[in-house]
Design a protein. Structure first.
Length: 502
């Protein structure tokens, strides 16, 4: 009989969050009817609305609150030469290894990192540090034989077969490819974009000329990207189809570090403004920089499975624009009349990037808001209450309206209140079930306000207003509802916090 695996409290919490996401219409396994498609997910009715709210607040915080940033929407399909210029065709690879017994494939660094984490758990910190340094050295030199020997020497086993029967280490390109046109062939090969940034870089001149923007200025974009992740894990944290929210900020050479440090602060403030606990956020500076960067930092969030990258801020130098200038044979230069030295008035701008995954932000918000609170029910018994403590401005439903009974004119009055609110806020009307169950259901999806219409409403035009976090209930005039709701659920509250004016 197989031994039952005991979950840690963090693992149990994460499993509860995943179950909650499905049970309440946030995230479904893609193609579940056909047994699912690994590492691809669909957003349900509440998840789609929450994700759209997050994208909207990001977009407004970038383009509306910054006078020097504009937004674009570039195509998913792009000229294949773009990906040669960016280095993705030749360098967008991960070292992989297969277990011959289980046929399971692993990313080599993830496999070794799991061993490092195990050593740390056993308080073998010196061994863990040595193993990490050795792995980094082999990865830097692309020494695949060394990585293979390291896995064998450390007796790192497959988690499925529990054997060390490994294939050799080899590179695996993460880009999806397809053919464009009627005839298949290498000449018609194009790629699904693995990132959205290149769509911004190749449109730099178009945006600069048509908008008349002067350096420094930024271009923001939200869009889908695709990576053939072999080891996709941790729910929607790492997927094959995902959405990025990126901004490329173009600056004069030698000024990039000022912009880099400024955007570090701004992006941390944005995450805090969404209601994420500052104690669960931290900066993690890159010690190994990508070939195009001269500085890079991640903002990490403490998920139930540990601190992981949520957002990246990178100083990309002039690499991307220079590469596209070289490969396209078209000049990508900016004329800066503010530079006194005429020999330096034309230059290729440097770039500071901020990049956050919409799906990872969604997951962080879900983990942060999932709340289990002890309380006493109407019978005086202890009860665990579960609710999503979402910032009211991003909640999928802002207000739910219920008639206490489905008779005596209460549904008709409730519809009047619903019609009054629905044009300004995501509002739900329901006339099913007991009022207590309605409240519980709204708690589960994070609705900040519930409005109940009862017989007293017909007499004095007041309603019961219930607040999600405290469960407090008060009587308010129907005419006061829009003002009360607006004070809590407006996106303006988040935008003010982002700009430090709240």
């Amino acid at each position: 009989m197989a031994k039952k695996i005991e979950l840690t409290p963090e693992q149990k919490r994460f499993e509860d969050i995943i179950s909650h996401a499905k049970a309440y219409g946030f995230v479904f396994q893609s193609s579940e009817l056909y047994d699912g498609l690994q590492a691809v997910y669909d957003y349900g009715q509440n998840g789609a609305q929450l994700k759209n709210n997050l994208k909207q607040v990001w977009w407004r915080a970038m383009t509306q609150m910054n006078e020097d940033i504009v937004g674009i929407d570039s195509a998913i399909f792009m000229h294949p030469e773009i990906w040669k210029a960016s280095g993705h065709v030749d360098n967008f690879n991960d070292p992989m290894i297969d277990n011959k017994d289980s046929k399971k494939r692993y990313r080599v660094d993830h496999l070794i990192e799991k061993k490092i984490d195990a050593l740390k758990t056993e308080n073998k910190l010196e061994e863990a540090e040595k193993l990490n340094a050795t792995m980094d050295a082999f990865l830097a030199k692309e020494d695949f034989e060394g990585l293979y020997n390291l896995i064998v020497t450390e007796k790192i086993a497959c988690e499925v077969s529990n054997t060390c029967n490994w294939t050799e280490v080899r590179q695996f390109n993460l880009m999806f490819s397809t053919e464009m046109g009627a005839v298949a062939g290498e000449d018609n090969k194009i790629y699904l974009r693995p990132e959205t940034a290149q769509g911004i870089f190749v449109n730099f001149l178009n945006v600069q000329k048509t908008s008349g923007r002067k350096i420094p200025f930024g271009i923001a974009q939200i869009g889908k990207a695709f990576r053939n992740e072999i080891v996709a894990r941790q729910f929607i944290f790492r997927m094959r189809e995902f959405e990025q929210m990126e901004m490329q900020y173009f600056v004069r050479p030698s000024t990039e570090m000022d912009a880099y440090n400024s955007w570090k602060t701004k992006r941390m403030n944005f995450l805090k403004a969404l209601g994420i606990n500052p104690d669960k956020l931290r900066f993690h500076d890159h010690t190994k920089l990508a070939h195009y960067a001269n500085a890079a930092v991640d903002i990490e969030y403490e998920f139930p499975f540990g601190f992981k990258e949520l957002e990246g801020i990178h100083s990309r130098t002039d690499f991307d624009l220079s590469q596209h200038q070289k490969h396209s044979r078209n000049k990508i230069q900016y004329f800066d009349e503010q530079v006194e030295d005429k020999d330096k008035q034309r230059y290729i701008p440097y770039v500071v990037e901020t990049s956050i995954g919409a799906d990872r932000l969604f997951l962080a918000i879900l983990c942060e808001s999932y709340t289990e609170a002890k309380g006493i029910d109407a019978k005086g018994e202890e009860k665990t209450r579960i609710f999503l403590k979402l910032h009211p401005a991003i909640a999928p439903i802002k207000v739910a309206v219920f008639p206490l009974l489905n008779k005596d004119g209460l549904p008709e009055k409730a519809r009047e209140v619903f019609e009054m609110l629905r044009y300004d806020y995501e509002t739900l009307y329901e006339n099913r079930g007991a009022i207590g169950k309605n409240y519980t259901r709204m708690d589960m999806i994070g609705t900040p306000y519930c409005v109940t219409i009862d017989h007293q409403t017909l007499e004095d035009n007041t309603v019961t207003l219930r607040e999600r976090d405290t469960t407090d209930q008060i009587r308010v005039l129907i005419s006061d509802l829009p003002k009360i709701v607006e004070e809590r659920v407006s996106l303006k509250n988040i935008l003010l916090m982002v700009n430090g004016k709240w």
